[in-house]
Design a protein around this ligand. Structure first.
Ligand code: SAH
Ligand code: SF4
Length: 403
């Protein structure tokens, strides 16, 4: 591992509008139809052709996962040349790819510098399961919130990802997996047997998606558009640590499934685990959940609960959890804590988790324990990037020792 990590300074958050890169060319990926029309006008396309050309670009970018303007073979050579003058279609660089024995894959993607910033790296994890494949996508580089059990919380926010960078994680993963229509599988890619490999998306990578609302919204609306990636909103889940004022907007404007990182049933404990709780305590958070637009038994909210030994894992906690969630169409996800070097917690032992799960189970919540995946490559969502930093730190130490 040769690349150094670039989390050194906070740079201004990127805007939603896909920015231009250093040479002034506009990014194509991340643009909605109006944004693509703008690019086409800049390339000199006459108004009467715009709608048709937008549809062509949309198809190449978001359905076929084109990685170069030259891939767009039904666009004339001349127009491709004009497009390339004003716009660009840059793939993220794959800095690292790890494949777990259980099939879980983790990529470290590198995106180019924006403005005065440096290139950034984010991790994206693919988790294949029986009948579905879930992609865990990042929304920010680092995080402004400092949840005490989360490794990302120890890294400061470098910047928001743009809508294009969020989408690129999905498109690049599909390309690597050979999950694009008509695509010959890339070397080493899994050949799809039936259906699609990336069938679900969870915004559970690095960062707090509701603190990068506009870019996340734009990316998820494009990902759920029927003419492109085409994933149903029922198969996309946005996880938040509880940014209460943005929860109604997430429901109204994005309309995807919601997951809440609850993790504790008492404010004193949640204040410590998820410090945002001091601003938006449990009662307010649950009120926002009750009012979540579109909530129904078919569209339940997932409550995530990380199992921390001796902190939040007693039978009394489990009973209180059940009581708190009464009346909210909910799923409960018990997550075995994934320790990281320097973390102040231990994962609850298996018996404690099972006792907790049994109480939750008896209250009518089915199979609530999330099976750890990709442990050998530290691929757990919420723990992205930490392992690569570790690997790089050890590579640096080895390099230093060799000198
Ligand atoms: N910021 C958002 C989404 C990213 S975190 C949020 O907090 O919801 C995704 C999930 O991973 C959250 O439920 C988070 O609490 C959990 N998580 C973070 N660190 C973890 C760890 N070390 N072990 C287990 N789960 C963790
Ligand atoms: Fe940020 Fe979520 Fe980690 Fe909290 S759990 S620090 S909100 S990424």
């Amino acid at each position: 591992m040769t690349v150094q990590l670039d989390i050194v300074a906070a740079t201004p958050a990127a805007s939603v509008r896909p920015a231009s890169d250093e040479d002034g060319r506009m990014d194509l990926v991340g643009r909605d139809r109006d944004g693509l029309a703008e690019v086409l006008r800049a390339a000199g396309v006459p108004d009467r052709q715009i709608k048709m050309r937008v549809a062509q670009l949309w198809h190449w970018l978001y359905l076929r996962g084109a990685t170069s303007i030259d891939d767009m073979t039904n666009v004339s050579r001349e127009l491709r040349a004009r497009l390339a003058e004003v716009a660009q279609l840059a793939e993220p660089k794959i800095v690292d790819e790890q494949i777990s024995v259980d099939g879980t894959r983790k990529w470290l993607f590198r995106f180019p510098a924006r403005g005065a910033g440096r290139p950034v790296e984010v991790e994206t994890v693919y988790i294949p399961e029986e009948g579905r494949g879930t992609l865990c996508v990042s929304s920010q580089v680092g995080c402004t919130l400092n949840c005490s059990f989360c490794h990302t919380g120890t890294q400061r926010l470098v910047r928001n990802l743009t809508a294009g960078e969020i989408l690129q994680q999905i498109l690049a993963a599909r390309t690597r997996l050979g999950d694009l229509p008509g695509q010959a599988p890339a070397t080493g890619a899994i050949v799809p047997t039936e259906g699609r490999l990336v069938s679900n998306i969870v915004m559970m990578g690095m960062g707090e998606p509701l603190y990068n609302f506009d870019a996340v919204k734009q990316a998820l609306l494009i990902a759920s558009d029927g003419d492109g990636v085409g994933l149903s909103k029922r198969r996309i889940t946005l996880s938040t640590s509880g940014v209460v004022p943005m929860i109604p907007r997430a429901g109204d404007e994005i309309g995807v499934m919601l997951a809440i990182s609850l993790h504790a049933v008492r404010d004193e404990i949640r204040d410590e685990l998820v410090p945002l709780n001091k601003r938006y305590p449990i009662a307010e958070l649950l009120d926002a959940c009750r009012a979540y637009p579109g909530l129904s038994n078919a569209r339940r909210i997932t409550f995530e609960y990380v199992m921390l030994a001796g902190v939040n894992d007693s039978p009394a906690d489990a009973r209180e959890l059940v009581r708190l969630l009464k009346g909210i169409p909910a799923k409960i996800n018990l997550i075995p804590f994934n320790p990281w070097p320097g973390s102040a917690y231990d994962c609850s032992d298996w018996e404690t988790i099972e006792t907790f799960a049994e109480i939750v189970n008896r209250a009518g919540y089915a199979s609530p324990i999330r099976t750890p995946r990709g442990r050998d490559i530290s691929a757990a969502c919420g723990q992205l990037k930490s392992a690569s930093e570790k690997l790089r730190a050890s590579a640096r130490r080895q390099a230093a020792a060799a000198e």
